[in-house]
Write a protein that binds this ligand. Sequence first.
Ligand SMILES: C[S@@+](CC[C@H](N)C(=O)[O-])C[C@H]1O[C@@H](n2cnc3c(N)ncnc32)[C@H](O)[C@@H]1O
Length: 268
Amino acid sequence: MTQQLAERYGDNIFNHATASEDERLAALAAELDPASFRRLGALPIQPDWRCLELGAGTGTVARWMAARCPDGGVVATDLDLELVRGHDGEHGDVTWTHHDLTRDDFPPGSFDLIHARYLFCHLRTREQDLARVASWLVPGGWLVLEEPAKFPIESSPHHAYRETSMGVFTALAERIGTDCDWPRALPDHMRRTGLTELDIDIAYSMVGGNRPMGRFWELTVEQLTPTLCTMDGITPDMVADTLVSLRDPEFRELGMATLAVTGRRPVS
Ligand SMILES: C[S@@+](CC[C@H](N)C(=O)[O-])C[C@H]1O[C@@H](n2cnc3c(N)ncnc32)[C@H](O)[C@@H]1O
């Protein structure tokens, strides 16, 4: 009997052709870019470094790296490159590549710096994928992973927001295999691949009003509304209340945290 293939990121939910997906990913980048650029900027980046940006989304981090590595270059991958913004060559060399991290490889030792953000939580084969990614580093190369953590939402005092948002994590787990608990142990996962010099950092986010994380979460909840409304403990009114709160300038709440871990492939 042929086994039914499970739905994957982008097949339906978060498909880049969905009308709001461009804005959703742009809001995410607007929220996260400043901390990502600060973390990456703390590394001893050289102009001749070869960099890899996995699951590039709108491409902001790839272009940031390209501006700093004009003699090396940047390969930026995604399942779908439709939402990449800006023009090639504007700030350095980015090679935009259709690439499925769960299936496609690069030769071992290809990159001095590899970065991925809000990607591994969505991969069903994340442990094996992480080991493969670590092998693509040159000796002494750096891996920077930034992933979401849901604990600030889990403890929210706002019932509708908390239950609806926790429903998002459950719906994503059931539909596409997302696991937003896995990143909590990111340093351990990275250590198991043999990476050393591990460093951990965290950034909290606020939602409500016009904050980028609030807009990102609003558009995420909107996409999942039909699924959320069928879930135990979540009513259509709770989903509607959550959407109103996320747009309300007076709503003061925490959104997802971002856990960032930097690791290095041993020099020898
Ligand atoms: C939540 S978005 C994050 C985008 C970007 N990294 C950022 O933080 O702004 C996840 C991205 O990973 C891509 N993606 C999902 N699964 C992938 C896979 N198996 N291989 C490559 N890219 C993938 C999606 O298409 C999407 O652009």
